[in-house]
Design a protein around this ligand. Sequence first.
Ligand code: BES
Ligand code: ZN
Ligand code: ZN
Length: 508
Amino acid sequence: MKISFARSPSATKSTRADTAAAFVFRKTKLSAGAEALDKLCGGALRDYLKTQDKFTGAAGQSVKITLPKGAAYKRVLLLGLDDPAKISSATAEVAGGRLHASLSAIDAHKVDIFMAGTESDEVTATSAAAHIGAGLMLRSYRFDHYKSKKPENGGSHLKSATLIGPGESTARRIFATLDAGARGTFFARDLSNEPPNVLYPDSFAKRVKKELEPLGVKVRIIDDKKMKELGFRTHLAVGQGSARPPCVVIFEWNGLPATSSKKVKPLAFVGKGVTFDTGGISIKPSGGMDEMKHDMSGAAAVAGLFMTLARRKAKVKAVGICGLAENMPDGKAYRPGDIIKSMSGKTVEILNTDAEGRLVLIDSLTYIQRIYDPRLIIDLATLTGAVVVALGHEFAGAFVNDDKLWSQLNDAGTKTGERLWRLPLDATYRKQVESHVADIRNTGTIDRAGGSCTGAAFLQHVIDEGRIWSHLDIAGTAWLKGGSAVSPRDATGFGVRLLDRLVADHYE
Ligand code: BES
Ligand code: ZN
Ligand code: ZN
């Protein structure tokens, strides 16, 4: 999908788009762009709107108007944008995504989108236009390279969009940074959507190294032999039932000038990368188990984030770590009842081999704190089914031990539409994961009660006193069977744009 920006539509008919699109506010009030388009079409939009009362300009509504032969365009698509004062970066992206869906449905190939020209406290008109472009881009993602015959028109003929209106050079500049976010998101989606016979710990590591090193990210792979030496023992236990050995990938991005960067502590991002989660000996029911190929979405988001930071040359020092393993039942697999000493020194009693993500994460969390002494840590993990019960697919669960970081994360979530809801970290949950035979146990003691909170509490057992840390449970948001306005079905790449925005707004 090619997105460009221009002050006015192409003057030559042969290069002119086949379709025009514009925005209408509630009570069929035309936006500035729709006014301009109406003029260009000899009043056809106003004339049409008078003949009907279904399309009112409410959010999400759309209508196609076929223009007569010889008109400026073959057809016009109007999209409802509701209240102009309520425009935000997130609603603009949703509008862009919906626009992509509607344009695909009416077989548009090349489209001129007349900028709405509206602004609010949060976004300027040019920034809103850039976000509409980003929404189009995000929704244009496709994962079809396993189809021998690409679907008839690939689901959409839409090849290019030009956003038209004043301030086009500013909009183009803002779009360039959003485009970096979209590319990182696409990378995360690609990794997460790959089938588990293709994407496993070693192939994940090789693929991210191949993609990220040319962009200036340092990528280091720790193989299973080295992991043994370093003491990634709970992580190794999770992977020991698989024919595909576990590994760890470390990313380093330094966008600071060499003179000032030495003393700066990095931001750290940690991802759960279980490339397939069968549950192990505590095996999962077979229905829907295929979805567990996405259980590495936290690691994919970390890889996508580093792609974005590097592509937009973010002025920040950051380190990322992905703990990769496949959780399989086998003669060599770890068992319920096993006691394993984690890298932190704490011994862990295994009660359920399906609570494996936390075992992978605690070693990565320990390692990153010891080696990098980071300024803050954010981990992303498809950790618990319980968070899907609590929040559904709308919000990811956020556990944060620092109010300032929570307010920054919450703000970034609202602005990107990758929304978070804060859940409790508390001593009582930490107590619930204490074991009578070892230091800690990998499930809560009170049946399944507070499953996401005990999961977070388990991780907190290895977080240093005073270390700023957040755990994001993305089990409900990492993939969507029905997709969303800005994502087709399956992997969403959740977390990439959220954390990129956090970095851009508060740590650069
Ligand atoms: N990967 C799953 C969590 C999950 C479930 C993610 C459904 C997305 C959708 C995780 O490893 C897991 O199985 N967790 C268990 C923990 C329990 C055994 C304490 C769960 O949520 O049931
Ligand atoms: Zn599991
Ligand atoms: Zn899992």
